[in-house]
Design a protein around this ligand. Structure first.
Ligand code: ZN
Length: 473
């Protein structure tokens, strides 16, 4: 694409946001009122939807290496109950095994070459400057676009990537609605508050759709500085352990997940969207930092290190299980649920021995000199009316998630998707009553997606976090 062309498209995208903002300013009250009506189902003949048609949880790096023993030990009661009542199996990740690419494949049913999110960052053309990938770069519709077009209401919370938030039939809270600021020395990095308690964060558009929702969302924001040592003590066994610097990797991601989990639950109660999707990142981040302290994975760990760090990963899964439980308590047992991860996480056994001998090693992805990393085997769990119970599925792929969701919700699957609906999850009687239908494509609105990412005031802060995780140079 020529530079002129991409610049024009970038300014067109920005122009669209500016127009949206002007309209929003004029009609703020009306827009919000309409949103509430639309989501409550009061604006049409349809009865108010009390039971969501699907609750979707994105658990980054969720894997059976951790889940299976914890479920067997009774430590994840909510996830265990979903596995027991539903279908579950391995969800194979794609290449590269990286989060923004795979979450976009999950949301679209196509491989990265087709959806256009190829890396963690992308260049602002002609500048050599890289910024984190943005939602305007996606070349195909995500499930929230498809469902919106089909008059199904959606709520999308914290998806990666999801900024700028897209106009949907419902609401979207972009990942960048949680504030990340510049770091000076690496620690602490995250937003601070001024003496009155106001967040010190740049104001910019696209953090929520509709824009006015941000004012509501803001009350749920928890920053790293807001998280107290006591609040984090569930992760660390040693009660004397109160060193914020050593906790900080867990701190920022817990602050972020708590923000989205609390906001998502509040929005669920308020708006009752047909389909609500909430993304949680912490299971990935704590695995990167604390995986190698797990005795269960065969690592030699000193008793003091084990007390400090040895159970952080598993304790974080307990937290996620509790979050899922808090949503389930709100909606009732027959609400369909999907839990999905973009990839797994595993000990690289071939590298472990060399590492323990003190050798410097590199994993396939490079950059990380430790014998643990993303693995290709993620998780898929699905429950609901018509879903087979206690049913171990054949392996599925990240590109199968959207086709499965569409088939289950009674919408056609597109033939130009790379994935296929996971029919093995569904009861025969359900498939007889709701036969899967196909259409050639959902991409009828002309070309979409811009190769040029958009810039936000958080770009450097986000890059710093990606760098700390070893994801970018
Ligand atoms: Zn990931």
């Amino acid at each position: 694409m020529s530079e002129t062309h991409s610049s024009r498209r970038l300014s067109a995208a920005r122009g669209g946001l500016a127009v949206a903002r002007t309209v929003a300013l004029v009609f703020t009250a009306a827009v919000l009122f309409t949103l509430v009506l639309a989501l409550a189902g009061c604006s049409s003949e349809k009865p108010r939807v009390e039971t969501p048609r699907l609750l979707f949880f994105g658990v980054d790096a969720g894997n059976w290496n951790i889940l299976t023993p914890m479920i067997q030990a009774g430590e994840l009661p909510n996830i265990a109950s979903l596995v027991d009542r539903g279908s579950f199996g391995v969800l194979k990740s794609g290449v590269p095994i990286q989060s923004p690419q795979m979450w976009t494949s999950i949301a679209t049913g196509v491989v990265p070459e087709k959806h256009g999110i190829m890396r963690f960052t992308a260049e602002i053309p002609g500048t050599g400057r890289e910024v984190p990938v943005t939602s305007n770069m996606r070349k195909v519709k995500a499930f929230w676009n498809i469902l919106s077009d089909a008059d199904i209401t959606v709520g999308i919370v914290g998806w990666w990537p999801s900024w700028p938030a897209e106009p949907v039939n419902g609401f979207m809270i972009a990942q960048r609605a949680w504030p990340v600021n510049w770091s000076r020395h690496g620690i602490p990095f995250g937003a601070a508050r001024d003496e009155t308690g106001r967040l010190i964060v740049d104001d910019f558009e696209g953090r929520t759709y509709p824009e006015e929702l941000y004012a509501d969302f803001e009350q749920f924001i928890v920053t790293e500085e807001d998280v107290t040592a006591d609040e984090l003590s569930f992760l660390f066994d040693d009660p004397a352990f109160r060193d914020p610097a050593k906790q900080f990797h867990a701190r920022w991601v817990f602050a972020k997940d708590k923000t989205f989990a609390d906001a998502g639950l509040a929005m669920l109660k308020r708006f009752r969207p047909d389909v609500l999707a909430v993304y949680l990142q912490g299971t990935d981040v704590v695995s990167h930092y604390y995986w190698g302290y797990q005795r269960e994975e065969g690592f030699k760990v000193s008793p003091s290190d084990e007390r400090l760090y040895g159970h952080v990963v598993r304790n974080y899964y307990r937290y996620v299980d509790g979050v899922i439980g808090s949503y389930l308590a709100e909606v009732g047992d027959d609400t369909p649920v999907m839990i999905v991860s973009d990839h797994g996480f595993e000990t690289k056994r071939d590298l472990k021995e060399r590492w323990e001998r003190g050798e410097r090693i590199r994993t396939e992805e490079g950059g990380k000199d430790v014998p643990w990393d993303h693995g290709v085997d993620g998780i898929f769990i699905m429950t609901g009316p018509g879903v087979r119970e206690s049913n171990r599925l054949p392996d599925m792929s990240v590109v199968d998630v959207t086709p499965t969701m569409l088939a289950y919700l009674g919408l056609p699957v597109a033939e130009d998707m790379d994935g296929a609906p996971g029919l093995a999850a569904l009861e025969e009687s359900f498939l007889e009553e709701h036969p899967v239908t196909f259409i050639p494509t959902y991409e009828t609105g002309g070309p979409r997606g811009d190769e040029t990412p958009m810039e936000s005031p958080m770009d450097e802060g986000i890059k710093e976090k990606l760098r700390a995780l070893g994801y970018i140079e």
